[in-house]
Design a protein around this ligand. Structure first.
Ligand SMILES: *[C@@H]1O[C@H](CO)[C@@H](O)[C@H](O)[C@H]1NC(C)=O
Ligand SMILES: *[C@@H]1O[C@H](CO)[C@@H](O)[C@H](O)[C@H]1NC(C)=O
Ligand SMILES: *[C@@H]1O[C@H](CO)[C@@H](O)[C@H](O)[C@H]1NC(C)=O
Ligand SMILES: CC(=O)N[C@H]1CO[C@H](CO)[C@@H](O)[C@@H]1O
Length: 741
């Protein structure tokens, strides 16, 4: 009997996979507001995980237990004990376990043992009676056989009237199929000792929420935003969908996000405050995400004030939906900082969907704080480019150029937008029919700006797809080959006349991430060799993924090398973790590259390609070289201001670079930027502390005012980055009239 009920539940979990797929992602699953918010029920069985009911014969009970029945319990049954030392023991094979049961004011304290070791005391008391609560969880166990034991400690908290402890169900995380072995020597590309420094890749830390959006906020932390889903990390009694990641200790701190941040964009403003804008409405679907109590995020402006200390306990997201919101709904918008320190918010859909079309398109820009410009009085300004680039035009690739205009690429097209005159200058189309924006996702960068090249802007676009974007989703295949093309153009009159120069990456990629390194080279990681972005739409989905054939080896691109000799994967380790849709990568202050995410799923899943929480750290060879150091530097650097920095250099020649590490999501590295500063290097070198004269960027067009990381680089070896504010640190001008709109 009991065995059958367990099997029945397992079958149910398996059956729900095709059901998710037929929901075609978030299509149509969007209601303007949540209509029936109920008490949050944390019980959730990710596709590919296994649930064991309290009646399963695999659960061994010792002592005195009673059984009760209610439709409110998983499989209608629950086991309860109030007796000290009564226990439940369960052995399983996997990487994680969750324990679900009731909590109320008659519950006591349980002691949990994992593989014979006491790991946690769990207080099961709650003032309100709640069912199917996740009372204990552990997600990062080594793959293999484990035994968990819950013991009634006989203790209780003072408010409680009893010492109850229940078992309703257990959910075992099996571990993604690709997670069978942790990264070993294979992936580390070990060289015989004594050889030159090599790239290394190690897996360390887990993100707790899917790292769909990632931005380094300080020397010690990165901020991650996700969509509302059943993540391992919890806050206020429900799973979190935003968190801070400690880059040094790998500790994760959940954030209290109110609205659904799927799929928002973000930027820092000139005063260091970050905004995260747009998203999705409350989603009501087969995973009951509506129960999370989130609110509609389509017009949300989420504010994250500067948080520079390593103790991030008091840092959180601020939302006030009545007062602080965008003028129009945006799902999949790009956000970019301008020379006046404000944010330009670009494009997106009016509601969640998949491939954009004229019904759902939001072909406009708006500003934060709102501006009264071109007669808009804070309302959206029409951008014809975003109409002409339908359908595959979400998350446009944009960069502020050193003349104050904005480069923009969407679908197969590119233009320069002058936001001060509201005029578009169309550029040559991207060659060979390659589409570069969602869901035919490529990536783009503004190559380093330097006094030596007169701050001449040059754009690099890589990857994407030539798949026809007018086809119905079910006619596109997950096996359709991605593009290997990189296109590069200098944005001067001559450069535009010469057009795009085309190069081929060693491997085709959709959804790649391009990361500027402080040595001026570009690292291209993540992505898939076939298919397109999103989940639950195409023919031949893998699990729910619209893409397949993960590309597991990063490639380095040297923009300064002669054409034909720019790409190299020599000595580059390969990963065994696919990084598909909703993956990210960023340079960190230490100089390492953080790689995280991958979640082509409606909700947490363990079916390939499952929801990936593991973080990888890619270390360029410079990490093990003798490194220069910034001993001390001013926290603020003005435009054209001459400042003195204390540095330690192994040899004399040294460059100082200012970097915006970007706001990374959906292969868009918004604001990513690298600017060489004018320096007067000291004569010394040889490891003594000495003074370096550095001049701030010439103006706000070359580096828009706001936070940056400064690295000193000697012979291609960078120091650790220190955070500086560029400009006067003041906030962008607030136009009261436009704000009241
Ligand atoms: C993982 O990171 C922690 C915290 O920095 C460190 O103590 C530990 O040694 C690291 N483990 C590996 C395998 O690198
Ligand atoms: C946009 O999508 C909607 C919903 O699928 C459809 O009814 C409409 O015809 C589409 N519009 C265009 C221009 O493709
Ligand atoms: C920065 O400016 C924005 C927009 O005016 C404002 O909301 C925010 O509170 C400011 N942050 C700080 C730290 O002053
Ligand atoms: C082709 C496509 O994906 N169209 C979608 C556009 O968005 C609307 C609204 O969500 C969907 O209903 C369409 O299916």
């Amino acid at each position: 009997m009991a065995v059958r009920s367990c099997l029945a539940l397992w079958t149910l979990a398996v059956l729900s996979v095709p059901a998710f797929a037929s929901n075609s992602a978030w299509n149509g699953m969007t209601t303007p507001e949540s209509t029936k918010i109920t008490a949050f029920t944390p019980y959730y069985v990710p596709p590919g995980a296994k649930s064991y009911d309290s009646t399963s014969p695999l659960l061994h009970y010792q002592g005195t237990w009673t059984e009760s029945f209610s439709s409110a319990y998983v499989q209608t049954s629950l086991r309860t004990t109030s007796e000290e030392n009564s226990a439940m023991t369960f052995s399983f094979t996997g990487t994680g376990i969750e324990w679900f049961g009731n909590t109320d004011n008659r519950h006591g304290v349980a002691t949990v043992y994992m593989d014979g070791k006491m790991v946690q005391e769990v207080d099961l008391y709650s003032a309100k009676a709640l069912k199917q609560q996740r009372v204990f969880w552990s997600f990062n166990l080594p793959q293999g056989r484990h035994t968990v034991k819950f013991v009634n400690s006989g203790k209780k908290n003072q408010k409680s009237k009893g010492t109850r402890m229940d078992v309703d169900a257990l959910v075992v995380t099996l571990g993604t199929p690709t997670a069978l072995s942790p990264l070993g020597p294979l992936a580390q590309n070990l060289q015989p000792s004594g050889s030159v420094a090599q790239w290394t890749l190690v897996q360390n830390g887990t993100t707790g929420v899917n790292a769909m959006q990632l931005a380094v906020i300080s020397e010690t932390h990165a901020l991650m935003m996700d969509k509302v889903e059943h993540n391992p990390l919890s806050i206020s009694g429900h799973p979190a969908w935003g968190a801070l990641y400690n880059l040094k200790t790998n500790a994760v701190t959940p954030l209290n996000v109110q609205s659904n941040s799927f799929c928002a964009g973000g930027t820092f403003l000139s005063n260091g405050t970050m905004i995260n804008v747009g998203g999705n409405p409350v989603v009501e679907d087969s995973t009951s995400a509506a129960d999370f109590g989130d609110v509609d995020g389509l017009q949300a402006v989420r504010i994250f004030e500067p948080c520079d200390s390593e103790n991030v306990g008091n840092c959180d997201i601020y939302e006030n939906h009545a007062r602080i919101r965008m003028a129009s709904p945006r799902w999949y918008n790009t956000v970019m900082r301008l020379q006046d320190g404000s944010a330009m918010i670009i494009g997106g859909s009016l509601k969640g969907g998949w491939i954009n079309n004229s019904t759902t398109n939001n072909p406009t820009i708006e500003f934060w704080p709102p501006k009264n410009i071109h007669g808009s009085n804070g309302m959206p300004i029409h951008l014809p480019f975003l109409v002409d680039t339908l359908s595959s035009n979400l998350f446009p690739i944009t960069f502020l150029l050193p003349d104050g205009t904005v480069f923009m690429a969407a679908n197969q097209d590119a233009m320069i937008y002058n936001w001060e005159t509201n005029t578009e200058q169309r550029l040559p189309g991207i060659p060979n029919g390659v589409r570069v924006t969602y869901p035919m996702t490529g990536t783009g960068l503004l190559l380093p700006l330097s006094p030596a090249n007169g701050y001449t802007p040059e754009i690099l676009l890589c990857g994407g797809s030539t798949v026809d974007d007018s086809q119905a989703g079910y006619d596109i295949s997950s096996q359709a080959p991605a593009s290997a093309q990189c296109s590069r153009m200098v944005l001067t009159d001559d450069g535009i006349a010469a057009g795009w120069a085309v190069e081929q990456m060693p491997a085709a990629r959709t959804m790649p991430d391009a990361v500027l390194l402080p040595d001026g080279r570009v690292l291209i990681v993540n992505g898939a060799g076939s298919g397109i972005s999103g989940y639950g739409n195409v023919r031949g989905q893998v699990g729910a993924s619209n893409a397949d054939n993960p590309v597991l080896t990063p490639v380095l691109y040297d923009p300064a090398a002669p054409a034909g000799a720019r790409f190299s994967s020599a000595g580059m380790p390969s990963s065994d973790i696919p990084r598909m849709y909703h993956s990210v990568a960023t340079l960190t202050p230490s100089g390492r590259v953080m790689i995280a995410g991958s979640n082509p799923n409606l909700d947490r899943s363990e079916v390939r390609y499952g929801t990936e929480y593991r973080v990888e750290w890619l270390s360029p060879p410079y990490m093990s070289a003798e490194r220069p150091a910034i001993v001390s530097a001013q926290k603020k650097i003005g435009f054209g201001e001459k400042v003195k920095m204390q540095v330690r250099l192994p040899s004399t020649a040294g460059a100082v670079v200012l970097m915006d590490l970007g706001y990374v999501t959906h292969a868009v590295h918004a604001n990513s930027r690298m600017v060489y500063l004018e320096t007067a290097p000291p004569a010394g070198g040889g490891g003594n502390t000495e003074t370096l004269d550095v001049t701030g960027p010439p103006n706000a067009l070359v580096y828009p005012p706001g936070p940056a990381f400064m690295y000193v680089v000697v012979n291609g070896v960078p120091s650790e980055g220190v955070k500086v504010m560029v400009g006067d640190g003041k906030g962008p001008k607030v136009d009261d009239g436009a704000w009241q709109k």
